[in-house]
Design a protein. Structure first.
Length: 306
């Protein structure tokens, strides 16, 4: 497969090879913090952080990103950050099903030794009509997939979260189809926007945000961005995901952001920025249309946007 490098969403000069220099940049950035405002479609160079397009609003403060979460394993409110600290993320292994590493468990730490770590500033849109802007740190999912060498007939990748009812009390609620599962197509997974986050604001990913690794798919509703991944499966046929099992008419497989396709119970036209409380008009594919719409040629619009 061929990939176009240097797309406009790439954030340059921010490879986290030199941690000290990186943290210094953080200090500089702190000063301008939330004054950061980039008109949509513009380009900006802010000290050493350079990025282009897609961010038409201030970065959301770390403290807000860390204290307003959806992580149903730890409860159904937004205030789960304390209970999420119970999750044991030491010596985290990921089990692979299919491809070259079929049935093998790999330490995430070992993968990090050779994967290229970078920063990506993405807007993040929850299906509940709130949003934020996050400077994630991590790696392109395509890098990992190339390493794992899936079989040629792989159509989907399924991700699974842990099942640890002793650590995550809400997993004792047996009417939920635990563990949390999400699936994307192999083409979506190989899209250069699709990211595995291992950090935020230059810090290791907080447990409540899905440590030690979670997906970020910025053009889809947030529920697709599965946290604390324990299993990666290469599949020919997909299985229903966690939310699809719970409410198939409300949370579908594609879940691409679209202001003109309301949720069954509310409008998706606008979204509330959790950092500022400001309302913004929602954008088709959350503003990432240019990079992803080619993935959906010929697919019925009735299914693409929920
Ligand atoms: N394992 C797991 N992953 C999950 C969820 C969850 O409940 N469990 N919630 C999803 C939803 S609905 C959203 S909006 C985002 C929230 O990510 P954040 O808490 O880092 O903002 O995580 C997604 N990933
Ligand atoms: Mo969400």
């Amino acid at each position: 497969m061929k990939f176009i490098k240097k797309k406009s969403f790439f954030i340059k000069e921010n490879k986290v090879t030199d941690k000290k220099a990186y943290l210094n940049r953080r200090k500089i950035l702190k000063g301008i913090g939330s004054l950061l405002f980039l008109p949509f479609g513009s380009e900006a160079k802010i000290h050493n952080r350079y990025y282009k397009y897609e961010v038409n609003r201030p970065l959301t403060k770390l403290n807000i990103i860390k204290k307003y979460n959806n992580f149903f394993e730890f409860g159904t409110s937004k205030q789960i950050w304390k209970s999420a600290q119970k999750l044991n993320t030491d010596d985290w292994k990921i089990q692979i099903e299919g491809g070259k590493f079929d049935n093998i468990s790999i330490y995430h730490e070992d993968l990090l030794k050779f994967l290229n770590i970078e920063e990506r500033i993405y807007r993040f849109r929850c299906v509940e009509a709130w949003s934020m802007v996050v400077p994630w740190e991590g790696y392109e999912l395509s890098q990992l997939i190339k390493y794992l060498e899936p079989d040629k007939n792989t159509n989907f990748i399924e991700f699974e979260t842990f099942y640890e009812p002793k650590q995550a009390f809400n997993q004792n609620q047996t009417w939920y189809p635990w563990p949390y599962r999400e699936t994307i197509t192999i083409q979506e997974a190989m899209n250069p926007l699709t990211f595995i986050a291992t950090g935020v604001y230059g810090q290791p990913l907080p447990k409540q945000n899905g440590a030690p690794l979670r997906i970020v798919i910025p053009w889809k509703y947030g529920f697709k961005s599965i946290k604390s991944i324990k299993k990666i499966k290469f599949l020919k046929k997909r299985n229903p995901s966690f939310w699809e099992v719970i409410a198939p008419k409300e949370y579908g497989f594609w879940a691409n952001v679209n202001p003109n396709f309301p949720h069954r119970r509310w409008s998706q036209k606008e979204e509330k920025d959790i950092g500022t409380g400001k309302m913004y008009p929602t954008k088709l594919y959350n503003g990432y249309q240019e990079s992803v719409e080619h993935l959906y040629k010929g697919i019925d619009k009735k299914v693409l946007f929920f």
